[in-house]
Design a protein around this ligand. Structure first.
Ligand code: SF4
Length: 670
């Protein structure tokens, strides 16, 4: 297993890749991160697809992909391409191919790039558990070589590029047998195709490793980069989280996956896949790309290398941490799901307003609660407000987190009546301060959250190690020494490991930790998701607070949504919805909303809504139930990957899905 996948996990230093020309657009090397999207119209409807291409180009899509589900659709690309150019647009077009080499051979004649899925280009997915001997495996590769070679040779002679686009969930039986349904299998699947292309001297390739699960996706891209380094390959990466769904949840998943890879310097082009009109994808792409570009400047300016932090970058393990009792019913630490802390933007001088705001938010929320309320206390005369607030909130909130600049002697420990977390910043010289705060916290049955940078933990290792287990939390509300925020926390975790501290880590998405904090909520959402995502997928983070949204309600739901997006804590139904394309057999946007309305209260269920039977079942990955377009107006319903009901009329399919969930004992009344 390779050990490193990027030049730095603390600073954004972009991975150096070869330039692959997609028509007139260079991808990789020193080229800017390229933004792209995909049409959703029926490809054979040339007018509709052309209109979507134009709308996408005007929105800023630099590369436009169009599905070619059969030879006729691939042939339609000729007219679409000609008319697009005639309309004055120069953006390259890409054909998206699954299963049909014949469609690829037609498409390569007309467009600048062809995407193939190595899981199904030459393999029919049977979901069969087959045993392959080495000889049988070699024979399969030979068959693959024969199937893929004509496309490689034609692309080479026409000056086209190819994307080897692996999807988790549509790996071939051969790969599944040898490497499992894993990031490792995804990478090997792409390498099989790359080796064939290279055997013909063809290197104009871009790779992608998509999954609907951001954890799997991040690991697969990291592994792809690391394996390429080992093999002396430098192909650019196309980033994307697939089947992300719509709305804020989809943006969060994409930010976790794409944003955290970009922060590590991986990625040359990106697509944010939304079950919305495709032009809505571009502003999200642009924001993630601009953020990464700003970070890269920061990285280049301070390129010294730090030691690698202890997380396993290629498989998920939670960092082991001490148990902390926020209350008897709300323990925290690595054996628990990460806990959500919410910052109050109000002053303790008006404690009634603080209490009312949180109680109102809780009354309006069905499923989620603040497990800690974060406040500022710099004026000792507000101590009475803290005690009154505690009384007013009662057991609704397990803990109060009080950030303070007061000296220890003036801090009002007495009388808050339940679990208090004191949040205090320390510098490397503050040895006596740490000792005094630690002693006071132990004496008053209180927890200390130390706001520090990694080197401070190293300098004060002895003082922190003397604090009893369960009394210390580490956090870092400001990025330090030119590191990006994720790098700051990674460095903190590394220094804690060296100091043998198992103190839980509190991830704080603050304005100071943000790279580009525009006033809109989307910017705040993306910032928080990128910071938290890059840490959560590595098993870092026992507490999360999103402190930049303007309201407490938004801060609360955003934190829970990020934990769900990172697959760390499920508090509502998880949806896997394809973005739709020319194969889609029903109106996926309105259907997804209808399904959400009916099932949005189910806490432990994942539902896939997929536009077609060709790719849907393969790509719905780990969903519990599937709603898949089987034929025009007809839906097939799945339990896991097994089809249970066929050709259900679309008008009744949502209710039949509910019946199926009930039958399987997964239904709860709202
Ligand atoms: S699953 Fe959705 S996006 Fe994928 S090919 Fe089918 S309709 Fe298109």
């Amino acid at each position: 297993m390779p050990s490193e996948y990027c030049p730095s996990r603390h600073r954004t230093v972009r991975r150096l890749t070869r330039v692959v020309q997609v028509g007139n657009v260079g991808v990789g090397g020193a080229n800017p991160l390229r933004l792209q999207s995909m049409t959703t119209s029926d490809t054979e409807d040339v007018a509709a697809t052309l209109a979507q291409c134009i709308r996408l180009a005007e929105a800023g899509s630099e590369i436009i992909r169009i599905t070619a589900p059969n030879k006729a659709a691939a042939a339609a690309l000729k007219d679409i391409h000609r008319q697009f150019r005639a309309a004055g647009f120069a953006q390259p077009l890409v054909a998206d191919i699954h299963f049909l080499p014949v469609a690829a051979m037609e498409a390569v004649e007309h467009v600048e790039k062809v995407r193939v899925n190595p899981g199904n280009y030459a393999d029919k997915k049977k979901f069969a558990v087959l045993e392959y001997t080495d000889a049988a495996y070699a024979e399969e590769l030979e068959r693959l070589h024969e199937a893929f070679t004509p496309l490689v040779l034609r692309a080479k002679s026409l000056g086209r590029s190819l994307r080897i686009g692996t999807n988790h969930g549509s790996l071939s039986d051969r790969i599944m047998n040898r490497f499992g349904d894993s990031p490792h299998g995804m990478v090997e699947s792409a390498l099989e195709f790359i080796r064939i292309a290279e055997s013909h001297g063809f290197r104009d390739m871009i790779l992608s490793m998509k999954s609907s699960n951001p954890k799997v996706m991040v690991q697969a891209y990291r592994l792809a980069a690391a394996r390429m380094d080992e093999l002396g390959m430098d192909y650019p990466l196309h980033l994307g989280v697939t089947e992300a769904g719509e709305g804020e949840d989809a943006r969060i998943k994409s930010a976790i996956g794409i944003g955290s890879l970009l922060a590590d310097g991986l990625g040359d082009t990106l697509r944010v896949s939304l079950t919305e009109d495709p032009w809505f994808e571009i502003p999200v792409c642009r924001e993630l790309a601009s953020r990464a570009t700003d970070l890269a400047t920061l990285g280049a300016a301070s390129a010294s290398r730090l030691p690698v932090d202890p997380a396993d970058a290629f498989s998920f393990t939670r960092r082991p941490t001490d148990r902390i009792e926020l209350s008897t019913s709300c323990p925290a630490g690595s054996n628990e799901t990460p806990r959500v802390i919410v910052r109050s933007h109000q002053s303790l001088a008006d404690w009634q307003a603080v209490a009312k705001e949180l109680l109102d938010v809780h009354a309006a929320q069905r499923e989620v609660r603040a497990e800690g309320l974060l406040l500022r206390l710099d004026d000792p005369s507000h101590a009475a407000g803290l005690r009154s607030l505690r009384k007013a909130l009662g057991p609704t909130v397990p803990s109060l987190w009080v950030e303070t600049s007061l000296p220890v002697a003036e801090f009002p420990f007495e009388g808050t009546g339940s679990r208090l977390v004191v949040v205090k910043g320390f510098a490397a010289k503050d040895s006596a301060e740490v000792k005094a705060w630690a002693e006071a916290c132990v004496r008053h049955d209180t927890i200390l959250a130390a706001d520090v940078e990694g080197p401070t933990v190293t300098a004060l290792a002895k003082e922190f190690a003397a604090i009893p287990a369960g009394r210390l939390i580490l956090t870092s509300s400001q990025p330090q020494n030119g590191l990006h925020a994720t790098g700051t926390y990674r460095e903190l975790a590394r220094c804690a490991a060296v100091a043998k501290l198992a103190a839980p880590l509190w991830i704080r998405a603050t304005a100071a930790n943000a790279v580009r904090l525009d006033p809109g909520f989307q910017s705040r959402l993306l910032e928080a998701a990128v910071l938290a995502g890059g840490l959560l997928v590595d098993g870092y983070g026992d507490f999360l607070s999103c402190e930049t949204p303007a309201t407490t309600a938004k801060s609360l739901t955003l934190a829970y949504d990020i934990l769900q997006g990172a697959r760390m804590r499920q508090t509502k139904t998880e949806y896997v919805a394809c973005p739709s394309c020319g194969r889609t057999l029903f109106d996926i946007q309105s259907t997804t909303l209808k399904i959400k309305e009916r099932t949005g209260h189910l806490k432990s269920v994942t539902i896939a809504v997929m536009g077609c039977i060709v790719n849907g079942p393969g790509e719905m990955a780990d969903a519990d139930f599937g709603y898949v377009g089987g034929a025009p107006g007809k839906i097939n319903l799945y339990v896991g990957k097994t089809p249970i009901k066929f050709n259900v009329p679309q008008e009744e399919a949502v209710e039949r899905l509910v019946d199926l969930i009930k039958e399987k004992g997964k239904w709860e009344e709202a």
